[in-house]
Design a protein around this ligand. Structure first.
Ligand code: GDP
Length: 423
């Protein structure tokens, strides 16, 4: 199968960027099919540390085409700024943008911010990148597509249509000055010469790549628990991060999808609001947060401290099932080094009843049923051989594998590309 997907099994921030970067080396195309700049992938390689919000993780590989599909939320300003940052480091990635991709406008971002402010304590914890207002406009069929930007005579009409209802909201709900259609058109105009060479019929390009047996790597954004239908609604994102939907989103035959690698962290983290059963607090949480990631557990897009907790077998098993995972990449195992023991959440207790299934409601009343697995001494950071892991670390991976019902094929032992065990 030429198409492989790397996706998140939980709340996001599982380390998909690093795992995708590893596979990208062998990929002809690295593709994002959903979402926008509301998540961040952190890549650590010979160019140093790079956080990408919109561009796919194949940008460091010269032979790889980095693709944004028709169903992504494409913020052209963000895109060009990420390209500029890479250019300053001497990296000029190959990029293809779908002519059918709809664009995130500054007014989407503005509305996202104003709405979160209005909600106050009840806010969703949005990344404020305009994603929900953008996908709302997609459903309302008033967004502007990249192709429309080059359709001169009709563009002003489309912009005006997009702004009519928003300006009423801006003035009367948010007490904010309206957005001027001509000013928006003037903001878009300078982007066109830079965007034009990147825009193409991505679906046709990928279908032909499939036919030629090229290697296509799909990169999911966020995680399964943020799926609008199957996730922790309403604390979800506005597009589906599930691998199953990727083929339709890209205009590829469903049978093209092969391996689905679900990325799972060795413990749990969550940026933003919503139920998080195995969450811990206080000093214990601070210590895990400081030890985590390449520079601690702070959101790559927002800089917000991530909520942290123990490995949640109930949530991760549910996420892997939703993703249709054929293999798991377990990340951040090194972070658990040097601990006496490692609690894991094997079940939830809801109203006195133990459950191993992830429920649709009552998550806020669910209590974690914890069991402690033995810890290991010394660091495993950078370990690349399964046999060199301490026995306790191997049995931790074994526990995860049994709990998820999916083989753990990859174990990540550090943020660097090389710090990976392939089993
Ligand atoms: P993504 O959105 O799923 O790509 O995840 P992020 O990039 O937001 O977060 C993952 C963080 O963990 C980043 O800071 C990575 O550099 C880091 N990371 C990834 N894998 C590992 C690992 O195995 N060990 C450690 N210590 N950090 C890792």
């Amino acid at each position: 199968m030429p198409v492989m997907a790397v996706v998140g099994a939980c709340w996001g921030d599982e380390g998909k960027g690093k795992i995708a970067d590893f596979f990208a080396e062998r990929a002809d195309y690295v593709v994002r099919w959903q979402g926008g700049a509301n998540a961040g992938h952190t890549l650590v390689n010979r160019w140093g540390k790079t956080v990408l919000h919109l561009l796919p993780s194949g940008v460091f590989h010269e032979h790889t085409v980095n693709v944004l599909g028709p169903a992504t939320a494409l913020n052209p300003w963000q895109l060009l700024s990420e390209l500029d940052t890479l250019k300053r480091r001497g990296v000029r990635p190959r990029v293809a943008l779908s002519d059918r991709a709809q664009i995130v406008l500054p007014v989407h971002r503005l509305l996202d911010e104003l709405e979160e402010e209005r909600l106050g304590q009840a806010a969703f914890g949005s990344t404020r990148r305009g994603i929900a207002p953008f996908y709302a406009d997609r459903a309302l069929k008033i967004n502007i597509r990249l192709a429309d930007l080059f359709d001169g005579p009709r563009l002003p009409e489309r912009i005006a249509r997009n702004l009519t209802a928003k300006n009423v909201l801006l003035e009367h709900l948010y007490r904010h000055p309206p957005v001027d259609a001509e000013a928006l058109a003037a903001q878009l105009a300078p982007l066109l010469p830079r965007l034009r060479p990147l825009v193409t019929d991505v679906a046709a390009m990928l279908r032909s790549a499939c036919a030629q047996g090229k290697t296509i790597l799909l990169e999911g954004q966020l995680g399964a628990l943020r799926d609008p239908d199957h996730g922790i609604y309403p604390y979800v994102t506005s597009s589906s991060p599930l691998a199953g939907g990727s083929m339709a989103a890209l205009g590829l035959p469903h049978r093209s999808l092969g391996d689905v690698i679900a990325v799972v962290k060795a413990y749990a983290t969550c940026v933003g609001a919503g139920p998080f059963v195995s969450q811990i607090a206080g000093d214990e949480a601070d210590a895990l947060r400081r030890a985590g990631g390449s520079d601690g557990e702070y959101g790559a897009t927002t800089g917000r401290p991530r909520r942290v907790g123990w490995f949640d077998a109930v949530a991760a098993r549910y996420g892997c099932a939703l993703q249709g995972a054929t293999a798991v990449a377990l990340t951040n195992l090194d972070v658990l080094s040097g601990r006496e023991s490692n609690p894991v959440c094997e079940a939830y207790e809801i109203d006195g009843i133990k459950t191993y299934d992830f429920p649709a409601s009552a998550l806020d009343r669910a209590r974690p049923v914890l069991t402690a697995l033995p810890g290991w001494r010394g660091t495993i950071r950078g370990c690349t051989h399964w046999d060199r892991l301490p026995p306790e670390a191997r049995s931790y991976v074994g526990y995860v594998e049994d709990a998820l019902h999916v083989p753990v094929r990859y174990v990540s032992t550090g943020p660097e590309r090389e710090s990976l065990i392939v089993r």
